[in-house]
Design a protein around this ligand. Structure first.
Ligand code: ATP
Ligand code: HSE
Length: 295
């Protein structure tokens, strides 16, 4: 019998000034194979002991939240998505759980239902919307419901992801944000995000890239903790490249651009031994999570 295989892309939340709204899917994947029914849930993975192997695993918790009647199975996970680096690892597990529950019980959840379930679990919609739909998504989440639009990043666009060695959980990262912001800052942030989206729709990447870097709450919130961010942004500017931001609440730093510009930036970053992390040039995922196998 054919096995069920679900594949979910890594995602970058908080793109530019689109806090808890704009998400981007990356060609970096989390794969779960659903194996035979077993007496108890068992999850094989190579994340180490911090991630449970039993029914406390986030994939299983999500499956049971979506449908508590689902019988235990053995699951095998293969992942290229690092934990706690601002690349949506928790979202990969949640999206996989939603897709698996939907498939095992033939629930016919719509894509919107799936995004709503994921947004409620995460408390924000940016990662789950782009994980489910792919490419770039713009979302608004209120009262448990997400309104989402999928847009298209330019075809040549790639992401240079600087994965810092420091790990930051989403919870800890959020503590670095200011608890309140002034009205004037809200105007700067939302207008930058509005122009980013409008420029993207008009295929004006140059303007969009500048808006990614316009006034940014996360930099105010995180201040000097992100010195690698400033170094990478400055290095990119010297090469005429705009479009650098902190992915999610960190710790990864992403620069958007085309292959030629980003490979030049990559070699500069890699030759700077003050920077504490690894650089990867990654395509964007355009299709979002997929599931195949028995119905
Ligand atoms: N595949 C997985 N299976 C089970 N638990 C996972 C899995 N992936 C992530 N988690 C849980 O999610 C936590 C990481 O979630 P967190 O939201 O803090 O960071 P992130 O998702 O990697 O980054 P961000 O949300 O900022 O993009 C891990 O410490 C682990 O507890
Ligand atoms: N919008 C989310 C992104 C985290 O991945 C947050 O700020 O917590």
């Amino acid at each position: 019998m054919e096995k069920i295989i679900v594949r979910v892309p890594a995602t970058s939340g908080n793109v530019g000034n689109g806090y808890s709204s704009i998400g981007l899917a990356l060609h970096m994947y989390y794969t779960v194979i659903v194996e035979e029914e077993t007496e108890k849930w068992r999850v094989n993975h190579a994340f180490g002991d911090s991630v449970p192997h039993d029914d406390k695993n986030l994939v299983v918790q999500t499956i049971l939240k979506v449908n508590p009647k689902i019988m235990p199975h053995q699951l095998t996970v293969m992942s290229d998505v690092p934990l706690e680096k601002g690349l949506g690892s928790s979202t990969t597990a949640i999206a996989a759980g939603i897709k698996i529950a939907n498939k095992l019980e033939n629930m016919n959840l719509s894509v919107n239902d799936q995004i709503n379930i994921g947004s409620r679990m995460e408390g924000h919609p940016d990662n789950i919307a782009s994980a489910i739909l792919g490419d770039i998504t713009i979302s608004h989440y209120e009262d448990g419901k997400t309104d989402v639009v999928k847009a298209h990043m330019p075809d040549e666009m790639q992401a240079l992801v600087f994965i810092r060695n420091e790990k930051i959980t989403q919870k800890k990262g959020m503590e670095r944000f200011p608890k309140e912001i002034k009205f004037a800052q809200e105007v700067q942030t939302s207008s930058a995000s509005n122009v980013f989206v409008a420029a993207l729709m008009q295929k004006d990447w140059d303007k969009a890239a500048h808006m990614v870097e316009a006034d940014s709450l996360i930099r105010t919130g995180q201040g000097n903790d992100f010195k690698d961010f400033k170094v990478i942004q400055q290095t990119a500017h010297e090469l005429g490249i705009y479009g650098t931001y902190i992915s999610g609440v960190g710790s990864s730093i992403i620069t958007l651009g085309d292959y030629d510009h980003l490979t030049t930036l990559q070699s500069k970053i890699e030759s700077n031994d003050q920077l504490d992390g690894k650089c990867r040039l990654i395509d964007l995922d355009r299709d979002g999570a997929t599931i195949r196998g028995e119905d």
